[in-house]
Structures are given as structure tokens and as C-alpha cells.
Design a binder for this molecule. Structure first.
Ligand SMILES: O=C(O)c1cc(C(=O)O)c2c(n1)C(=O)C(=O)c1cc(C(=O)O)[nH]c1-2
Ligand SMILES: [Ca+2]
Length: 697
């Protein structure tokens, strides 16, 4: 900015974890989120192999002091395992014995939960020089001393304490720490920023969507992007958040990252907000949302972009991990990007230019009828533009995505990518013309009440039957599936591929398993007592290979889908770090008995009007965390059983007075009044009685 001194850059680390070490990616260690710069999550270690994996056992485990979703990949350097947990806490363990060396709690205010779309998760730390970097849910980037966990510096990444959260892992290259944020279900204007690893000074920041043209554009890319938006898009932020994938490509010295959905999801809302909206344009691409973007790592200047989902109205974030690989494709040796975003296509792009090479649908999808073979642009099914049809569109994939943040892996030995796949649909329905943005909660322009699952057994059963999950081994060159392993439901763990011809993956079904990487045969499994979402990693110390994984169910699929969470078997959350090696015989303590919850709601005495109004408010403000009809998973209270629904005063104390704010349940007084609270209560009583009637059928 004018008049401000240019940030002075202290330069790359020459001691501790260096760029040379990150580039060499010694198989004994695991120094960065995806193991190597290309984020292949492929380990060259061979001691544990398809031949002997049956002898794998629990070497040690550590109980975690949070029972929310665990999504992090541990890192290992110099015999120390660095792990982040829910609430952005960090722990360092002796990687051989499991002894805790230090721990750090950034004391994220629990109220932050209301602006986190998808649980209090954190996907990992970064190592560089003598430091560990963690980004916190409330938007700080913190550097810790690797030896002691002492705070070295803290930088504020998010522009306000209302709309942005951070769930992703930082990456570091050339002395620059890269991080973005989540928030595109709120009012975020997405960005990625780079910080000096030594002192935390911000070196550059690149927004993914244009701001208000009246303020001037930050660069040419923003001016170009502005022509692809309609209405007053900047008023709700525009979205395009960088909430997970960041991949540094040393070959081209580029930082590649995926961007999130456009905000609001429903593009008609932007047009409606236009001051002089004579020609509503709901067909612009909304750059650079749901895209892969590449920037020059040193300057943060735009290099290229490839948009996967133009004018994304389905929450098809392109934030899934970006993998780099070298392969022969269409007869040419190429350095490519491999990517499986939420939208159900698998993309191969040129890593230097972003040029489209090929894409195939690798899962069932109905929003698009195909991909233009030259440009890579999807043909959109006209029915999927729900804001134009005014109908409910049951979209496949749904907002959870065919593949989300759960990392895939790529084995150069088999030439296959191993993708944790979800088959989940979502009922998209545009909110009515009277929809207004509000001070709290999702601002997606979607009809919340319209997305609630009806208490009609046939519809519930059909939806449950259609909702599944799988581990898909995909051949990115041939563009076809090599093998698959079907799961009981969606939202299984990230994957690890090894030179032992193995693929490791945990599951919603509370198992951690190893598969033959070539054939898909399931060779070994261990009962984890809790659902697993996180990706495993592996390392070796003193000639012994270990496999580590964070266990602990959560994330969006636990909190939002209500009835549908049952399809994953209602996993528990018993959060632990588990570490395995050959010949080990460790045991977990017996899990606590499952409490049998009997549905016993108060009799419904309200009016249909109260239920209808309550459904609207509930859908808008409550359902994203408590399930679509009060039915939640393992983390948040199932409101059909809550004492608050039996007592209007308690309901008001919680909802209006914020009695439970220390547990993350903030006051909704800025958007709801006492009448609304009573309507929501009557809606929940009515829904609970419907469910009770279903149980008794
Ligand atoms: O658009 C965004 O900014 C954003 C952020 C996040 C996040 O930060 O975790 C998720 C999503 N979107 C999202 O759509 C989604 O399905 C999702 C699942 C999860 C998770 O950790 O389980 N995070 C997110
Ligand atoms: Ca999103």
C-alpha cells in the first residue's frame, strides 16, 4: 500500500528444517502435511509390506484432551511427532515411546464455533527452521519453538472476528509460511497470505475474488475477475476461501491452492442486491471461486488459474489436496497436477501453465452432463440451476462433496490415486425473495427449512440407501477406476500409500485398515473404537517403521446431515493418536458403554404456524450444527433429547441469553427473539414426536 515500507524478508532457514530437507523428503521422516512438496502421501518405506502387514500391532497411543473431530496428519522430525488436534492445540511426542514432550493450547474462545462451518477442526502443523507453525480456528498464525513449544510470534491472519476461521495446515517454502482461511458459508472474501517464518511479518496477500470496484482493484487479476460477477457481489464477500489445499511446486516456484465455493451459494441473491439491476447475470463464472490458482511464491503474483466449477452454487469447493506428479500421459512426459475436488470429476492439469489435459467423472454426478475436451469446462445441467427453476434440486454430489479434505494419496509404483469417496446427495433450494443477510450463521441464500429430511419412512430409506462411501483406486492416466472398497457410509479417512505396496485408511466404521495397493485386497485391520477421518502417515526410527493416525470422528458429516449420519454407523468420538509397528501387541482400554437414548419428547401443544416459522429459523440458524431435524451425531447435543425443548424458559436462556456460550453455543439474540425461540422449540417437539411415531410403527 502507498507510503508503507515494503516488508523486509529475513530469507530461508539454513538450520533446522531447511528447504533442501523438504525437497529431499527423507523417507524416515515426514516433514510436511502431504510428506513431500508434491503432497503425494507416498512413503518409500518398505519394512511394513503387503507380505507382513498382518503382524502390525499397536505400539503406543495417546489420549487427547478434546473429543471433537480430529483431522490432522502428524509430522515427524528428529524422533519427535508433532500433532495438532481440534481447537488448534499442538502436542509433541517422543515418536518411539509416545512420551509427551510438550503441549500448547492457543485457548481459542469456544464461541468461535458459531463461525466455523464444520466443527473445531485443525488439519496440521508445519515445520521450518527451529519452529512449528499452527494456524488457529480464531484466525491466528502462531510460531512455536520446536524444542519447548514456547510461542515465538503470533500474527493475526483474519480481517475480523466475525466471518473467518482457519482449519487448514500451513505450508512453508523459501522462508515463507503460506496460509488461507475458511468462511465461504459466511461473508468471507477468500485470500491466501505469506508470512516471514522468522518474525511473522506479512509478506504478501492475494485475494481470490474481487472487492468493491469503487475501492479500486488490487491487481489485474482482480479486475479481470470482476467482469465474471453479477450484482453487488462484494457485499457478501464472494467466498473463494483457501481453507485446505496449498501445494508448493519447486519445479516452477509456484504456490498452488484450491479455492472454495462462491458466497452466497445461491447466485440470485447477489443480483437481487444490485443497486441498478437491469440485467441480472446469473451465468457469470465468479472467478476465482472453486478453482485451482497458482501464484509466484516469492511475490504472490498471479501465474495461472483453472476453474473447475463455474458459478458454484452447490458448495463444490476445489479445496481438496493438490498432488503433483511426473507421468507419461497421452504419449508425453509431463509434470502434472492431480486433483479430485468436491464436484466429482478427476482433473489432470499441466503444473506449469494450468493447461487442461483431461478430466473424467470418477463418481456418479448429475449437476453436469460432461466436460469440454478442449477447455475442461463443465456443461451444466439446466435443472441444477435451482435458483432459476425455483425447484428443489437433489444434487449429486451434495455439499459434502464426492471427495473433500480427507487427503488422497498417489503411488508412483502402481500409478494409482487412492481417493476417500462420498456418495451423498443434497437438496438445494433457493431461499425466497425476502431472504436477507443476517448477523449470524450461514449466509448461503438457501432455504434451510426446505433441506430438512421429512419424516416419511420411504424417503428416509431411499436417501439412506443412496448414501454410501468407498475407497476408490483411480488410474489418472487411463481415466478409469482400478478397484474399489465399499464402506457402510460416507466420510472415511484420508489415505497413505507406501512402497510396501500398501494403502492405509481409517473408516467411519471404527477400523484402521491396510489394503494391497495393486489389488485392493483388505489385508489387515484394527478396531479403533471411534470413527477415523484423518490421514495416516509413516516414519522410521532406529530401523523400525511406524504408522501413525489420529482417531476421532467429527467434521461436517457428524454435525450437519441429521438422519443421514446414521448411514456411517453412528461412530463415536474417542479422540486418540495411535501408532503401529510390526510385532507390537498393545491394547486399548475397553470403550465406555454406549448410552441407550430413549426418545421421549413432550407432547406437542403448539400450532402449525409455530412449526412452520420454527422450521425456517431452525434451518437457517441451528441445522448446520445440530442436524437437519434436531438429530445430531457424536459431537453436538441431539436436540430431540434436550431438556430445553421441554421448557420454554430454558430454551430462551440458551438461545437468547447465551447460557451455554462457554461450550460454543452462543446467544442468537442478534437474529432471534423470544417468539422465535418458542417457535424453534415447538418445531423440535413436533419433529421429535414424528420420529417417535416412526420408531413405534
Ligand atoms: O467454504 C469454506 O470456507 C469452507 C471451509 C471449510 C473448513 O474450513 O473446514 C469447509 C467447507 N467450506 C465445506 O464446504 C465443507 O464441506 C467442509 C467440511 C469440513 C470438515 O472439516 O469436515 N470443512 C469444510
Ligand atoms: Ca464451502
Amino acid at each position: 500500500a502507498c507510503g508503507e515500507a515494503e516488508p523486509s524478508f529475513s530469507g530461508p532457514a539454513t538450520q533446522g528444517v531447511t528447504d533442501a530437507m523438504l525437497a529431499a523428503a527423507d523417507g524416515n521422516e515426514w516433514l510436511t502435511y502431504g510428506r513431500d512438496y508434491g503432497e503425494q502421501r507416498f512413503s518409500p518405506l518398505t519394512q511394513i509390506s503387503a507380505a507382513n502387514v498382518g503382524d502390525l500391532g499397536l505400539a503406543w497411543y495417546a489420549d487427547l484432551d478434546t473429543a471433537r473431530g480430529q483431522e490432522a496428519t502428524p509430522l515427524m522430525h528428529d524422533g519427535v511427532l508433532y500433532v495438532s488436534t481440534a481447537w488448534s492445540m499442538v502436542k509433541a511426542y517422543d515418536a518411539k515411546t509416545g512420551t509427551l514432550i510438550w503441549e500448547y493450547d492457543p485457548e481459542v474462545p469456544r464461541e468461535t464455533l458459531v463461525r466455523a462451518c464444520c466443527d473445531a477442526v485443525n488439519r496440521g502443523v508445519a515445520l521450518y527452521g527451529d519452529k512449528v507453525f499452527v494456524a488457529t480456528l480464531d484466525g491466528r498464525l502462531v510460531a512455536l519453538d520446536q524444542k519447548t513449544g514456547a510461542v515465538e510470534w503470533t500474527s493475526t491472519v483474519v480481517p475480523n472476528q466475525e466471518d473467518y476461521t482457519i482449519t487448514g495446515a500451513p505450508r512453508v517454502a523459501g522462508g515463507r509460511v503460506f496460509i488461507g482461511t475458511g468462511g465461504a458459508e459466511y461473508r468471507a472474501r477468500g485470500f491466501i497470505a505469506a508470512y516471514d517464518w522468522e518474525n511473522g511479518e506479512e509478506l504478501w496477500r492475494w485475494h481470490t475474488v474481487p472487492g468493491n470496484p469503487a475501492d479500486g482493484f488490487e491487481n489485474d487479476a482482480m479486475e479481470m475477475a470482476a467482469s465474471t460477477w453479477g450484482g453487488n457481489w462484494w457485499e457478501l464477500g464472494g467466498g473463494g476461501t483457501v481453507w485446505d489445499s496449498i501445494t508448493y511446486d519447486p519445479v516452477n516456484d509456484l504456490v498452488l491452492f484450491g479455492t472454495g465455493n462462491a458466497e452466497p451459494w445461491n447466485p440470485a441473491v447477489n443480483d437481487r442486491n444490485a443497486v441498478a439491476n437491469t440485467q441480472p447475470d446469473t451465468q457469470g463464472d465468479n472467478l476465482f471461486t472453486s478453482s485451482i490458482v497458482a501464484l509466484h511464491a516469492d511475490s504472490g503474483e498471479y501465474a495461472w488459474h483453472f476453474q473447475q466449477t463455474p458459478e458454484d452454487r452447490w458448495d463444490y469447493d476445489s479445496n481438496a489436496g493438490i498432488t503433483l506428479a511426473d507421468m507419461t500421459i497421452k504419449g508425453e512426459q509431463r509434470h502434472v497436477v492431480l486433483h479430485a475436488p468436491k464436484n466429482g470429476y478427476f482433473y489432470v492439469l499441466d503444473a506449469a501453465s494450468g493447461a487442461f489435459i483431461q478430466a473424467e467423472a470418477w463418481t456418479a454426478l448429475n449437476w453436469s452432463t460432461g466436460i469440454d475436451p478442449v477447455t475442461g469446462k463443465p456443461e451444466i445441467n439446466p435443472q441444477a440451476r435451482y435458483e432459476l427453476t425455483g425447484e428443489t434440486w437433489t444434487g449429486l454430489p451434495g455439499a459434502a462433496g464426492a471427495h473433500s479434505w480427507q487427503p488422497m494419496s498417489y503411488s508412483p509404483d502402481t500409478g494409482l490415486v487412492y481417493i476417500p469417496a462420498n456418495l451423498t446427495a443434497f437438496p438445494y433450494r433457493a431461499a425466497g425473495d425476502d431472504w436477507e443477510p443476517s448477523a449470524l450463521g450461514f449466509q448461503t441464500g438457501i432455504d434451510g427449512a426446505g433441506t430438512a429430511m421429512p419424516a416419511i419412512p420411504e424417503i428416509r430409506q431411499a436417501a439412506l440407501d443412496a448414501t454410501t462411501g468407498a475407497l476408490v483406486a483411480w488410474d489418472p492416466v487411463a481415466g478409469r477406476e482400478a478397484w474399489r472398497h465399499d464402506y457402510i457410509g460416507p466420510w472415511n479417512g484420508g489415505t497413505l500409500a507406501t512402497a510396501g505396496n500398501l494403502v492405509f485408511q481409517g473408516s467411519a466404521g471404527e477400523q484402521f485398515a491396510a489394503f494391497n495397493a495393486t489389488s485392493g485386497e483388505r489385508l489387515w485391520s484394527f478396531a479403533t473404537q471411534s470413527g477415523v477421518m484423518a490421514a495416516p502417515m509413516t516414519y522410521a526410527i532406529d530401523g523400525e517403521q511406524y504408522v501413525a493416525v489420529l482417531v476421532g470422528w467429527g467434521g461436517i458429516w457428524d454435525i450437519a446431515p441429521g438422519v443421514m449420519t446414521a448411514k456411517s454407523g453412528r461412530p463415536r468420538n474417542i479422540s486418540r493418536l495411535m501408532v503401529f509397528k510390526l510385532g507390537a501387541t498393545g491394547q486399548l482400554p475397553a470403550p465406555p458403554a454406549l448410552a441407550e437414548m430413549v426418545l421421549d419428547p413432550p407432547a406437542f401443544t403448539g400450532t402449525p404456524q409455530q412449526v412452520a416459522a420454527g422450521a425456517q429459523s431452525y434451518g437457517r440458524y441451528c441445522g448446520a450444527c445440530h442436524g437437519d431435524a434436531g438429530i445430531a451425531g457424536a459431537l453436538n447435543p441431539d436436540l430431540r433429547h434436550s431438556g430445553a425443548i421441554g421448557d420454554g424458559d430454558v430454551m430462551r436462556m440458551v438461545l437468547i441469553d447465551g447460557a451455554l456460550h462457554e461450550r460454543g453455543m452462543v446467544s442468537f439474540a442478534s437474529v432471534l427473539n423470544a417468539d422465535d425461540a418458542e417457535n424453534i422449540r415447538q418445531y423440535l417437539i413436533s419433529r421429535a414426536n414424528e420420529d417417535k411415531a416412526l420408531e413405534n410403527r
